[in-house]
Design a protein. Sequence first.
Lengths: 150, 171
Amino acid sequence: MSAADILSRDFELGFTYTRSTGPVVGRFLTDLRERRIVGNRASDGRVIVPPMEYDPVTAEALTDFVQVAECGAIVSWCWVTQPRAAHPLDEPFAWAMIRLDGADVPLIHCVAAGAETELATGARVRAVWAEQTRGFISDIRYFELVQGAS
Amino acid sequence: MSDAEHAVTGIECPVYLQYHFTAGRAPARFLTRIREGVLTGQRCPRCSNVYIPPRGSCPACGVPTEEEVVLPDKATVQSFTVVAIPIPNNPIEPPFVVANLVLDGANIAFIHLISECDNSAVHIGQRVQAVWKPREEWGYAMDNIRYFRPLDEPDVPVEQIGRLSVSGWEG
């Protein structure tokens, strides 16, 4: 076999998906656009955030929407030392499970903090909203630590 | 916000994958040759199947493929589809035909376009030939071939598609 040139190039493969949100996720996103966070109440009385379409026990459609607070406590977290291009923040941050006040299950979102050592399970956080909301999960830009509250 | 009164019913959630692709030895050789307008495959030393574009090994036998085979630019339609929806950033306007084509002398199909005919006239076993771009536009790419156009030759029976010699099809 004779010699070949070394050939390399960058390319991007894009899948331009759109997704229909339905009445439950659509309601959640509509409220986010208004800077409100809603969940819904399941048959066992728990408030689930983000809202679920069907009850985890009875499989009935869930309709009882409940507004919860924009602050809560960190249940668990994971520090991201080197954020990648697709991540919501450029600086090191944490992915966290956050139980908002009024909710019974945690929500996953990002937490901005100066250093990993500032984070702790049980630490209090508050949502920081985007300047322009559009009905998307990133309407909450991130959660920030509420100093002195934990 | 102007749409504040409207409920959210859909979201855009695109996925963009960024690659840096380096062609291996066999694909690089194929691309270097197609830049000169030559279609080059590789033959398996064990089962004698000819692959184009070559990957450097035989997927059936698991052995390296070294021997190069120059193939003509005539092919047979193995299967096809009529594409009716536009592809983002693709300059080709639907409806257009995408086909699995087997070059004469090859034993595996590759994907390319068929044009210069009614889409409804495209059929399995149809004989086609490459329509090349002008030589000065050739690069390291399969789209040096603009598309394939039908040939005035008898159809190839299904059981012989992918089994023709490099000398072509007499009917």
